[in-house]
Ligand binder design. Structure first.
Ligand code: URA
Length: 270
């Protein structure tokens, strides 16, 4: 076993992660009642979204939602496009309430890292620690992500970390496609500004919302995809979410993620 993989294994053990829990079958990952297949693009009045394949993730249908027209709470695509750096973008979107998640947040979680990062990680959305801190990946999954980045001999400040949605979904549920597709224009602008050489998608949600593949992360991980952000086409490496690794501490899963990260690092020439 290579030194860094071993370091990482020890790190996981330090985190007190025990046991081997197989991934539940798809039928058990879905809420038993009130589930529907959401196939509608959002109808927000001024939300231009790069066309991508339709999601078909089974989720509870959100309550009817009327997006605000106030540009502070729902900045137009033009306002977002006019932001020429990450600080301007953050200032433009940090009061967003364009989807129902905005009203429930403590803090808006914009993302952080190097504005010139060659490697950019994309997660799902803030959890409770992130909501309190206003920073991505600062809870248990974040501690593991930090160790993974360190195992690559990189630091958090050399990469960029962001999420599909910038506000915490209640009870840490998966963001609804409507929420994700309303928010993703902000992530797309972040990608356009950073121009990373490679994106690492953590788990099923970025695969669904950024790539348009609605399921199958455990099979698709490790296979190069392409993320479109405006004119840019960025190589995208799907891998398992660190929270999944915390629940499924198998040698295979750890090895798989390590291989995915190394492939991404190599592509980024870091
Ligand atoms: N999980 C995510 O996907 N993102 C975070 O920021 C934290 C946990």
């Amino acid at each position: 076993m290579s030194k860094s993989l071993n370091d990482w294994k020890e790190t996981l053990e330090d985190l007190g992660v025990m046991g081997l829990v197989p991934e539940p079958p798809a039928s058990l990952q879905v809420l038993p009642n009130n589930v529907t297949i959401h196939q509608q693009a959002p109808k927000s009045p001024d939300v231009a979204i790069t066309p991508r394949r339709q999601s078909a993730t089974r989720v509870k249908e959100p309550a009817p939602w009327k997006a605000p027209t106030d540009p502070e709470k729902n900045p137009s695509s033009q306002l977002v496009a006019n932001c020429n750096n990450l600080d301007a973008l953050n200032a433009c979107i940090c009061r967003c309430e364009a989807c129902p998640l905005g009203a429930g947040r403590i803090k808006f979680v914009f993302g952080e890292g190097s504005p010139e990062a060659r490697m950019m990680f994309v997660g799902e959305g803030p959890g409770s620690d992130e909501d309190i801190m206003g920073r991505p990946f600062v809870g248990r999954a974040g501690a593991l992500l930090d160790k993974m980045i360190l195992a690559l001999k990189l630091t958090r400040s050399e990469v960029y970390i962001a999420n599909i949605v910038k506000c915490r979904p209640p009870d840490n549920r998966t963001p609804h496609p409507l929420e994700a597709q309303t928010c993703i224009r902000y992530l797309i602008r972040q990608i356009e500004l950073i121009k990373p050489a490679v994106l690492v998608g953590l788990g099923a949600t970025p695969l669904r919302d950024l790539i348009g593949i609605p399921s199958g992360i455990t099979k698709i991980r490790g296979t190069w995809q392409v993320a479109k952000a405006g004119e840019l086409e960025v190589p995208y490496m799907p891998t398992l979410h660190p929270a999944y690794l915390l629940r499924n501490y198998s040698k295979e899963a750890r090895q798989a993620v390590w291989e995915d990260l190394q492939a991404a690092q190599k592509k980024a020439e870091l």
